[in-house]
Design a protein around this ligand. Structure first.
Ligand code: SF4
Length: 309
């Protein structure tokens, strides 16, 4: 097999894996419904390019109709290449809006020199994106966070926030007006890196604002990457854990009525096994909630289309 054919085969396999991962997340969490208008937030980074690309592919083959509008917020960071996204999106033929708001100057003015700017910057960005979603009549806001972002957030909350809390695949926005979805919730970051290279996305660098990367997040990221290399399967197991929560075996009386426990009470996950050895067999796959619409219903057709490339 020639190098070119091998590369094409690899690209097709990766594309199929990504489409299935995104389709499964959409189905499991009921992310997209008939008639939705989805605002896909594009930063110019690999994750949001991939999200848009995969959603546009699924839109063509899904058994339901939904609209996609791509939105980028130009925050007026020095050196932001304003032509890249419009050129890319025009070539794609997708409905899009570039919103210009100089949050960069606001952040520089308000945050003292040497202090981290990301908190205020992302709050301003969130508010603007919510406003735009409303103006555009969008029912959902899609963000490009992936599986590894979700796990990093969980560890950050555990290490520094004292909370067992991650980043949900679907939730209402904090102002209560929108549904926020993360279609890449099941996607590994390394697949997105590979996909971005294969698809030659015109990546816009993410350090234009001159802010230092979040050091705590970076440390957690490196810890997870190290575990992934040394203990294959650990990352997958941790993500499964997020989908197999057992409140009776944690220690939060708000989630489980420890006070009202009675002898003989049936518990879904069994009683205390005291000093018995734990059986660490493979974690159970999360139950699919049996959504009526399966976004991948036409997956056999997709597979054929892909293998013809
Ligand atoms: S890295 Fe820069 S653009 Fe991104 S949130 Fe932080 S301050 Fe804002």
């Amino acid at each position: 097999m020639s190098e070119k054919s091998k590369a094409e085969l690899e690209a097709n396999k990766l594309m199929k894996r990504l489409r299935h991962a995104v389709g499964d997340a959409i189905n499991d969490f009921g992310m997209i419904e008939q008639g939705d208008k989805i605002m896909v937030c594009l930063s110019g980074g690999k994750d949001s390019y991939a999200m848009l690309d995969i959603l546009l592919g699924l839109q063509k083959s899904a058994p339901i109709d939904f609209d996609i509008v791509a939105v980028n917020l130009d925050q007026k960071q020095p050196g932001f290449p304003t032509h890249i996204l419009p050129e890319y999106l025009q070539a794609l033929g997708v409905d899009y809006h570039i919103i210009e708001e100089d949050t960069y100057s606001v952040v520089k003015r308000v945050v003292p020199e040497g202090k981290t700017t990301c908190g205020l910057c992302s709050r301003l960005r969130r508010g603007i994106l919510y406003r735009v979603a409303k103006e555009l009549g969008c029912s959902k806001i899609a963000l490009g966070h992936h599986r590894d972002d979700i796990l990093e957030t969980m560890f950050l909350n555990m290490f520094f926030g004292g909370k067992l809390k991650a980043m949900p695949p679907k939730l209402v926005s904090d102002n209560g007006e929108h549904i926020v979805i993360r279609p890449l919730a099941y996607v590994k970051e390394k697949d997105l890196v590979r996909f971005a290279t294969l698809r030659e996305f015109p990546i816009i660098p993410c350090n234009l604002c001159g802010s230092q990367p979040n050091l705590q997040r970076q440390v957690v990221k490196e810890m997870l990457e190290d575990w992934d290399k040394r203990f294959p399967g650990r990352i997958e197991s941790m993500f499964s854990a997020l989908q197999n929560v057992v409140p009776s075996h944690l220690a939060d009386p708000k989630l489980f009525d420890f006070v009202g426990l009675e002898r003989g009470q049936e518990l879904p996950h069994g009683g205390d096994t005291a000093f018995d050895k734990e059986d660490f067999s493979a974690p159970a796959a999360p139950a699919n909630s049996g959504k009526v619409i399966n976004i991948l219903d036409n997956r056999s057709r997709d597979t054929e289309a892909l293998s013809c490339k």
